[in-house]
Design a protein around this ligand. Structure first.
Ligand SMILES: [Zn+2]
Length: 174
């Protein structure tokens, strides 16, 4: 049985079938979500074409796609600074780490973590500090970071492991 990630309702109907995924619509709150049960998400996200995709399953050109976000990211970092002065920053699901450059330019010591190995390699080639690992097996010591960011991230995690991910993230945060 599937539970709606928004309202936890357990009544859904099939909404759409696309690329082998069944999309369900919650009958209570109308939220539409992919049924990812039985799909190995790290396998799904760990494909070499994710940042240079030609068939509509990833980014066409990740760096170009993210460039217009630089100003928005800088604004967000300014807001974060008003809450926390620490400069050790970890970006979750950082892809090739475009955001890390923006954070570093704004005074942070930024690094990222990413499960897609080709994205990690591409970011490392651009001089960015990125660890290739799942957050649950990251090996970071407790309280390693002052700031942890996550853009377009949580909705990609397996629903039944969300609590584990939040615990791991909380431990890493000073
Ligand atoms: Zn719902």
């Amino acid at each position: 049985m599937n539970f709606c990630p928004i309202c936890s309702g357990n009544k859904q109907e099939n909404y759409l079938l696309k690329d082998g995924f069944v999309f369900l619509q919650c009958l209570d709150c109308k939220f539409i979500f992919a049924d990812a049960s039985g799909i190995n998400l790290s396998e799904y996200y760990n494909n070499a074409n994710y940042l240079h995709d030609k068939v509509g399953k990833g980014y066409v050109d990740y760096e170009a796609d993210k460039a217009p976000m630089a100003k928005i990211y800088a604004g967000l970092l300014n807001r974060i600074k008003s809450f926390c002065s620490g400069k050790r920053l970890l970006d979750l699901g950082t892809a090739s780490g475009y955001f890390l450059d923006v954070a570093n330019r704004n005074g942070y010591a930024a690094e990222g973590i990413e499960i897609n190995s080709s994205a990690v390699k591409e970011g490392q080639e651009r001089g960015r500090k990125i660890k290739h690992a799942d957050i649950l097996k990251s090996g970071y010591l407790d309280e390693s970071f002052d700031v942890i960011t996550a853009f377009d991230f949580f909705e990609h995690l397996p629903k039944d492991r969300l609590r584990d991910y939040f615990s791991a993230i909380r431990m890493m945060l000073a």
